[in-house]
Design a protein around this ligand. Structure first.
Ligand SMILES: [Zn+2]
Length: 87
């Protein structure tokens, strides 16, 4: 029986369709009984799907320097303690 710590490496192979039948069954069995790993695999699947879509996009282009800076700026605006007291 697989343990939770075995799932991340197995899940990647499972989603890539690289898992032999026996191992696939073991992973499915674990996912059947383990809510956390089920959620993990679901999120991994969504993430991989999004990445693939991005790669295959016909509009695929390099993000410009200023766009990248804007994204980083937006992301870092929302982390860490406030620079100013709130009131
Ligand atoms: Zn688990």
């Amino acid at each position: 029986m697989l343990k939770c710590r075995d799932i991340p490496s197995e899940a990647e192979k499972l989603l890539a369709g690289e898992l032999p039948f026996g191992e696939r069954v073991s992973v499915r069995m674990h996912l059947f009984i383990c809510h956390n790993c089920r959620r993990y695999v679901r999120q991994l699947k969504v993430l991989l799907g999004a990445l693939n879509q991005f790669d295959n996009s016909e509009n695929h282009r390099k993000v410009s320097q200023s766009e990248a800076e804007a994204i980083v700026q937006r992301a870092t605006d929302n982390v860490g303690p406030p620079q100013q007291p709130l009131n």
